[in-house]
Design a protein around this ligand. Structure first.
Ligand code: AMP
Length: 281
């Protein structure tokens, strides 16, 4: 695996690998890689001729009071994991490389960026859309690999890719979980043992929502209440949202006629966690 820092070296590496018909898969990450990221890289390696993984803690997607400074940075372990999972190229861009003149030029996917995660984290998706635009333009991949764990991010980026005519297909990879159900996240390392135990209420609430739908319930507000009740039972947990939405637009729904998405965001201590699950009648 080639480890790259500068844009010049990235361009040389990509030029060397581009042949007619050879496909490039891009796996953008913020590092502190875990088995969830590895699943994205493995799937990309199975489907593409070359995989490029990027590790960049993107400042513009963090709010002023969020955890940018304490976000975990583990470049050596990330290098070992990316190589083991099958990435040929690993790019660690510097902030000045991706934001050469500052942060004035932005990409905004209106409306969807203001609900759910967007309502809790104003400006977050503008930062995500901006940095992914830069990564797509700098690397020109054929396939972009995203985790279902960040469900709204996949919806925002699908729309952005469609609207800006990016010649890339989006591949969404299922969420990788610990055996007890907790979705893997770079932020899980901040959880104390009691906090981690409390966090399990999140997958429990999502499972209960899925069971309720399997049992015939179609009223979205009832399913939302079930999730809220399970989460409210955990004193260490503070819910930001627990709701059922349209799987394509994330607009609120009354009834589950086709499929739907259950989405949760909650704080456990100082750590903010998100998770989601498909609901299929
Ligand atoms: P992050 O480093 O958290 O920005 O995540 C980089 C990519 O990995 C995003 O597309 C995430 O959705 C994906 N990802 C993060 N956690 C998981 C997980 N537990 N399972 C699958 N994909 C994940």
């Amino acid at each position: 695996m080639q480890v790259i820092t500068t844009l010049t070296d990235l361009r040389h590496a990509l030029d060397a690998m581009r042949r007619p018909g050879a496909s490039l898969g891009l796996v953008p990450t913020m590092g502190a890689l875990h088995a969830g990221h590895a699943a994205l890289i493995r799937q990309a390696a199975a489907e593409c001729d070359t995989v490029l993984t990027t590790v960049f803690v993107n400042p513009t997607q963090f709010g002023p009071h969020e955890d940018l400074a304490r976000y975990p940075r583990t470049p050596e372990a990330d290098t070992a994991l990316a190589e083991e999972a099958g990435s040929e190229l690993l790019w660690f861009p510097a902030v000045e490389t991706l934001y050469p003149t500052g942060e004035k030029t932005r990409v905004r996917v209106a409306e969807i960026e203001t609900i759910l995660e967007g309502a809790c984290r104003p400006g977050h998706f503008e930062g995500v859309a901006t940095v992914v635009t830069k990564l797509l333009l700098a690397t020109r991949p054929d396939h972009l690999y995203l985790g279902e764990k960040d469900y709204q991010q996949t919806v925002v980026l699908r729309r952005m890719v469609a609207d800006l005519l990016f010649p890339v297909t989006i591949v969404v990879v299922p969420t990788v979980r610990d055996p007890d159900g907790l979705a893997l996240s770079s932020r899980n390392r901040f959880l104390s043992p009691p906090e981690r135990a409390a966090a399990l209420a999140i997958p429990r609430a999502l499972d209960a929502a899925a069971s309720q739908v399997a049992g015939g319930e179609r009223r979205a507000n009832r399913i939302g209440e079930t999730m809220q009740a399970i989460l409210a039972d955990e004193p260490l947990l503070r819910v930001e949202y627990a709701t059922v939405a349209d799987p394509d637009t994330l607009a609120p729904i009354d009834r589950i006629d086709g499929s739907a998405r259950a989405l949760i965001a909650a704080r456990v201590g100082t750590t903010r966690l998100i998770d989601n699950r498909g609901l299929h009648p």
